[in-house]
Structure formats: structure tokens, C-alpha cells
Design a protein around this ligand. Structure first.
Ligand code: AMP
Length: 556
């Protein structure tokens, strides 16, 4: 076993959970994990201030799973998440870490899916429930004893939960659990409302926060690129085409990712190698030596394996996966800009990680500007520039014997100088595409995961828009579209509808999505979670003197 796994082992998690973590390829605990795991294992209540990307899910999943009793087929832990996407993600993480724990099962309980399978999983004795509050309250409506055996509870992304108006549901859930339970709360921010919940429902909680000291990264030029997680390798390949680097170090989170990316880059013709904790120390040293002397140009590393690398020719640091915290970001990008040189640091950011980017900017006191994915035209220009730069010093050289050879080849091959030149170019460029059409074909479109896209999805309905743009819009995440027969001919405007739903439904503004007012009807997006209860609350609501009668709307 490598030394780094000792990092997790030393925290005291269950050996089968440790084995699962090793199998996933994590090398060492992230800072929030190192601090939170012993506290949760120790049975204390806890408040953790951490956002997505810090490794917070494993910070509570690993100790909770370590404490589950597989012999008892009843709910023992409940994790509350604000959206169904997060609930699914957390449930999948629990399943991964529980792979080697026979007899432990996890159920995801969220709205918008049939109750049947969820009820069945609960009946079968799932010990871990990962739920959105609305649907969990629906389940409690059927069985008020559902949570009576809970020993551990986690409130994940508590600030988001309150923004979505789940306060009342949370109270119902807290009341349904034994007071003796252990409670853990994670939140990116700790406004007064969250502190109030903690005061009421947690017992002498320990506070955990990763200290964010201001750090300086003066000589390093930084930029970020928005990208979807599954497009990262393609995005890296394109970026490298236009970046002028000497040596580059790319950071990823797992051993497997080091291997995958290094081989993708090798296949593209780069001199690349992986560096991770599984690679023996002497082999690691050889990789670093090769990077120093130019036998390698790219090393794809995990944070652990890259510790202490000091190679002056590194001009670029590419953060393919987000670091866990600003300190490790600063540490990573400090691999460039060595020995008084300038460096460039690039960071890939997925839509969910935007907040981490802001934290990094705050801590480093520098703006990390956005770059766009290079276009095929830019890729072509870069390829031609590199070719020209490579040839320039040779052209300035006297022709020498190669000039004579060229003439001889023209005669032997019976071709024009242009045809011979083209053949030689094809050979030196190793069949690389050097026309726009070929590059467009070879590099499938990688969409920029930019904020514009999300903004467009949230754009309110524009009543002045031409008819064809009135086709049904996709429903926003976590929302359900509902319809009322009231429209502009009934004197309804968006603000009347919004006001009525907010007041009568007891919701926060953020809980309501897009509103579309038409002549004879209107559509409004409401939280999928707890929708039936909300519609029940709004049953007698009247707007502009008429019955609202909201119903779930199904587009077929
Ligand atoms: P989270 O902050 O829980 O959303 O986790 C962010 C990502 O980090 C997830 O993709 C995890 O799989 C990954 N991750 C969590 N802990 C570790 C670790 N100790 N080493 C490597 N990757 C990790």
C-alpha cells in the first residue's frame, strides 16, 4: 500500500470503506475530509463550511458509512440535499464508498419520480436515505415512524436549502427524528438563518472551516475556461494546440485520470506521462528528470504525486480538475513561474464549480479571466505558426547539400517543386490536418459551458417574440411546469401570478422558475419537490377575482 493511503487509514474509517476509497483512486484526504472525518466518527455534531468541489460529500459519507450497522435493516442515516440532482449525486457517492460493505444499501428519495420503488427500497431495509426535503415529508405523511431509528443526519448545502424555501419541511423532518441523533450541517455560507437552525437543532457543534489566507501569485498569468465535465479531455487537447508551452504540468484528482489524460495526449503526439501515488518513487524521479531535460513535455499528476516538483522549464500549469481549496490552487500554480520566469495557469471550471472559482479569486486577490475554447481557425493558425517557426531557422541556413538533393529528387520523381514541397510537408507534419475543413472534421464541437447558456434557459418568456419561438421551453432543473386557465384576457400579468403563489404557497422568490403568460392560459415553474402539497395549499387561491386552479402541465 502506498504511503498516501495511510492518509485515509490514519483517519480511522472502516477498513471496507477504506478499500473502496483506494479502489476509486483517491490518494489522500482533502482538507475538509482530514478535519471533518474524525469529528463525525467521534459522534460529534458539526458545522462544516465548504462548497462543492472541496470533497465535502466524502467528508460525511465515509464516516457515516463506517458507523452503519449492516445487521440492522432500518434507516440509520438521512442526508438532506436541496435538489434532486444533488441527492442523486450524493446517493451515487454513498453507493461507491459502500461497494465493499455487504448488507449496506442506500436509497435516493426525491420528487418527480414514482413513490413505488422508493417505498420498496425503504421496506427492504435501506440504512442510508438521501432525500430532498419535500419528498421526504411526503413519505413521512404515509409513515410517520420512518425516521424514528435515525442515528445520523446531514443537512447538505443548507444555504441552498433555505433559498429554495424548504424551512418548513426541514422542521417537520427534524421533529420526526430522535433527539439523540448526531447532526451535521454543511453550508458554503453561514448567514444568520443557518446559524439559527444550528442553534436550535445541533448540540454543541464543532465548527470546521478551511482557513483561507490571502496568497500571492504575482508572476503567474491566470485564466479559466468553462467546460462540461465530460468534455474535459477534448477541451485540453484543443487548448494545448494554441498554448505556447515549453513544459506543462496538468493536475487531475485521481490516479485513473492521470493515466487516461496522459494516454490521450500521447495519442495526439505529445511527449506525456502520468505521475501518481501508485508509481514507485524511483520511477517518479525518472519522470521528473525527463520533464527537466525535455524527453517529456507534459506530466499529468495528482496533487500528492506533484509535491515538491521544481522544474524551471514548466511554463504552464493546467488545472484540469478543480483543486479542493484555494491553498492547493496556489500551491499547484506555483509549479510554474519558477526561478524568476513568468508562468501561465489555466483552470477548467464546470458549471457547478463556479463558486470555487470566486473563492480562488478572493483568496488570491486576482481576477482569473475567462478564455474561450479555441476555434478550428485558431487551431489551424497555431499549427501553421508552429510549422513556420520550426522551419524558419532551417531556411536561413545555407541550402548546402539538401538544395542539390532537392533538384535531384525533382528529376527522379518527375514532379513540380510545389508537389515535392507538399510531399515533404506531409511527411514532416506526420499527416496532421492543415486545412480548416479537416480540423473541423477531426475535432468535434466542444461546447463552451458558458454562463450565457444558463442565462438563456432562465430568460423569462418574451411575449413580443415571434410565434415560432413560443415552442415549449425545456423545464428548469428541479422544477415542474404547472398550468392555469387564466391568461391575459383575464387581466393576468406575471406579477399577479407570482404574488399570489408566493403569498399563499409560502415560498421564496427563488423557488419559482419561469412564468409564461399567454392569452388564454399561463404556465409557471414550481419546485418539483413537494409539488402535490404546494398545489394543495394553492387549491382555493384566486387571482384577479378568479380561481387560479393550478395543475401539473404535461407536454406530450
Ligand atoms: P464534492 O466536493 O463532494 O462535490 O467532491 C468533488 C469531487 O472530488 C468529486 O468528484 C469526488 O469524487 C472528488 N473527491 C473527493 N474526495 C477526493 C479525494 N480525497 N481525492 C480525490 N478526489 C476526491
Amino acid at each position: 500500500m502506498t504511503q498516501e493511503i495511510g492518509g485515509f487509514a490514519a483517519l480511522g474509517i472502516h477498513p471496507s470503506v477504506l478499500a473502496a476509497v483506494t479502489a476509486v483512486g483517491y490518494e489522500e484526504p482533502s482538507p475538509i475530509q482530514a478535519q471533518a472525518i474524525p469529528v463525525i466518527l467521534g459522534g460529534h455534531d458539526m458545522i462544516g463550511q465548504a462548497q462543492t468541489g472541496t470533497g465535502k460529500t466524502a467528508a460525511f459519507a465515509l464516516p457515516i458509512l463506517s458507523k452503519i450497522d449492516p445487521a440492522r435493516r432500518e434507516p440509520q442515516a438521512v442526508i438532506l440535499a436541496p435538489t434532486r440532482e444533488l441527492a442523486l449525486q450524493v446517493a451515487t457517492a454513498f453507493e461507491t464508498y459502500a461497494k465493499q460493505l455487504p448488507g449496506v444499501s442506500v436509497v435516493a428519495v426525491y420528487g418527480g419520480a414514482p413513490m413505488g420503488p422508493q417505498l420498496k427500497a425503504l421496506r427492504m431495509g435501506a440504512q442510508v436515505i438521501v432525500a430532498t426535503p419535500g419528498r421526504l415529508v411526503d413519505h413521512l405523511g404515509r409513515n410517520d415512524q420512518l425516521l424514528s431509528t435515525i442515528r445520523m443526519m446531514v443537512l447538505d448545502e443548507a444555504d441552498e436549502m433555505l433559498k429554495l424555501g424548504f424551512m418548513d419541511d426541514l422542521e417537520v423532518i427534524f421533529q420526526a427524528m430522535p433527539e439523540s441523533r448526531q447532526s451535521v450541517l454543511f453550508s458554503a455560507t453561514l448567514p444568520h438563518s443557518i446559524r439559527a437552525i444550528a442553534e436550535k437543532h445541533l448540540r454543541e457543534p464543532q465548527h470546521i472551516k478551511i482557513a483561507a489566507k490571502t496568497q500571492t501569485v504575482a508572476r503567474i498569468e491566470q485564466a479559466h475556461l468553462m467546460v462540461h465535465a465530460d468534455q474535459k479531455v477534448a477541451a485540453v487537447c484543443r487548448l494545448l494546440e494554441v498554448e505556447d508551452f515549453d513544459a506543462l504540468i496538468a493536475f487531475v484528482r485521481t490516479k485513473q485520470a492521470t493515466l487516461d489524460l496522459a494516454s490521450a495526449l500521447e495519442a495526439k503526439g505529445y511527449k506525456a506521462a502520468a505521475l501518481n501515488g501508485d508509481i514507485a518513487q524511483n520511477q517518479r524521479e525518472r519522470v521528473i528528470e525527463s520533464l527537466k531535460d525535455g524527453r517529456l513535455d507534459i506530466v499529468v499528476a495528482t496533487d500528492v504525486a506533484a509535491r515538491g516538483i521544481d522544474v524551471p522549464r514548466i511554463t504552464h500549469v493546467l488545472n484540469v480538475d478543480m483543486p479542493y481549496d484555494p491553498e492547493s490552487y496556489v500551491h499547484r500554480i506555483g509549479r510554474t513561474g519558477r526561478a524568476g520566469r513568468e508562468g501561465r495557469a489555466l483552470l477548467l471550471v464546470t458549471p457547478r464549480e463556479r463558486r470555487m472559482l470566486q473563492v480562488i479569486e478572493r483568496v488570491t486577490g486576482q481576477k482569473v479571466g475567462e478564455v474561450k475554447l479555441p476555434t478550428p481557425q485558431q487551431v489551424l493558425d497555431a499549427r501553421i505558426r508552429k510549422l513556420t517557426n520550426g522551419l524558419a531557422p532551417l531556411v536561413s541556413d545555407a541550402e548546402g547539400s539538401h538544395g542539390e538533393l532537392f533538384d535531384r529528387l525533382l528529376g527522379d520523381l518527375q514532379c513540380s517543386p510545389r508537389a515535392l514541397g507538399a510531399a515533404l510537408l506531409r511527411k514532416v507534419t506526420n499527416g496532421q490536418s492543415l486545412s480548416l475543413a479537416e480540423i473541423e472534421r477531426e475535432q468535434p464541437l466542444v461546447p463552451n459551458a458558458g454562463p450565457q447558456r444558463e442565462r438563456r434557459e432562465r430568460e423569462p418568456f418574451d411575449s413580443a417574440a415571434p410565434r415560432e419561438r413560443r415552442a415549449p421551453l425545456p423545464v428548469s432543473e428541479g422544477k415542474a411546469r404547472c398550468r392555469t386557465a387564466l391568461g391575459t384576457r383575464d387581466g393576468i400579468a406575471a406579477k399577479n401570478l407570482l404574488g399570489a403563489i408566493l403569498n399563499e404557497g409560502g415560498l421564496q422568490r427563488e423557488a419559482i422558475g419561469r412564468i409564461q403568460i399567454r392569452e388564454t392560459f399561463s404556465l409557471v415553474e414550481l419546485p418539483e419537490d413537494g409539488l402535490d402539497r404546494l398545489l394543495g395549499k394553492l387549491k382555493d387561491t384566486r387571482v384577479a377575482g378568479k380561481a387560479l386552479k393550478l395543475r401539473r402541465y404535461r407536454e406530450d
